[in-house]
Design a protein around this ligand. Sequence first.
Ligand code: ZN
Length: 305
Amino acid sequence: MPKPSLTTHRLSLQLLALLISAMGFYQTVNAQQRPTLTAEQQQRMLIHAVADKENLYVIPGFDGGMSGGNVAVLVTEDGVLIVDNKFSYSYLDIMEMVRRVTSQPVRYVLNTHHHADHAGSNASFMPAAQVVAHRNVRKNMLANDLPGVPEILFEQSATIFLGGQEVQSHHFGRGHTDGDSVIFFPQLGAVHTGDLFVWGERLDGSTLAPFIDFANGGSAAQWTATLDRLLALDFDTVIPGHGPILRKADVRVFRSKFDQLLSRVQILIDDGVTRDSIVSAIDIEDLNWPMPATRIEQIYDELIR
Ligand SMILES: [Zn+2]
C-alpha cells in the first residue's frame, strides 16, 4: 500500500472528526439536524470580540433550535477555554470560529448546564479538552442518555487558572435546571449565565422566555434567589444563555419580571383560583414572555405545594 499523503491524512482526520460528531448525533435522544440558515443568519453567528474585555469572544446563539446557546471563548497564551458548545453537530463550526482568532488549542470546556443546545458537542471536545461541570450536569446527561458526559465535577464552584486568567464556575442554586452554573471572569468583570438569563429574539424572530426544566430539577420558586447570588458578583458585562451581550442592569430587569410572574401566580393561588383556570386568569402580557399554558400550570403546581 502506498504511504498516505499529507492530504489524505488530513482528510481522514476530518472524517474522524465527522464520525465522532456523527456518533454523538445518533446517541442524542432528541435527534439534532443542522438547519439551513440564510446568509444573514450566518452573518449574525460569526465570532466577535466582547467590547472592552480583552481576549474574550462570543460565538452568538439566539435559540435552542437553530443557533444554539452563546459560546464564550477566552483566549490565553496557554490555550483556550470555552463556555458551552452548542449542538452535537457544532464542533467543526466552533473550531472554525476559534481558529479565526487564535491557533491555541481548546484546553477547557465549561458547561452551564446539560441541554443539547449548550453541551451538545462535549464528546467531540473531550479527547483534547477537559470538560468541567456541576455534578448534576453529569446526572442529567446520564438520565437523558446524552453523549459527552463530563468527568470533572464540582458541587459549589470550580476555579481554573489558564494563561494568567482566572475563571470561576459557580452553582448558585436551582433555576433553569438543578445543575446550572454561572461562569465568572473576575479579571474581566464578565459572566456567562447559561439559561438562568435569556433575552431577546430567536433567529426566527419569536421572543425568548425563561424555560423551567422541572423534569431535570428546575425550579421557578428558587430562580430569583439564584439570580441574587449571581448579581452579588462584580461584573458589568453579561453573556446570556441565548441573546445579545448585555449589562448587569438587564439581569435586574429580568429578575424583576420573573418576580412579577411568580407573585401574580401566587396572588391567584391565594384567591383560590384552581389549576384549570390559572392560564385564563393570569395576565402577563406586559412581561413580553410568551409561554405555553403547561409552563404556567407547572409554576402553579410548584408554588401551591
Ligand atoms: Zn437550557
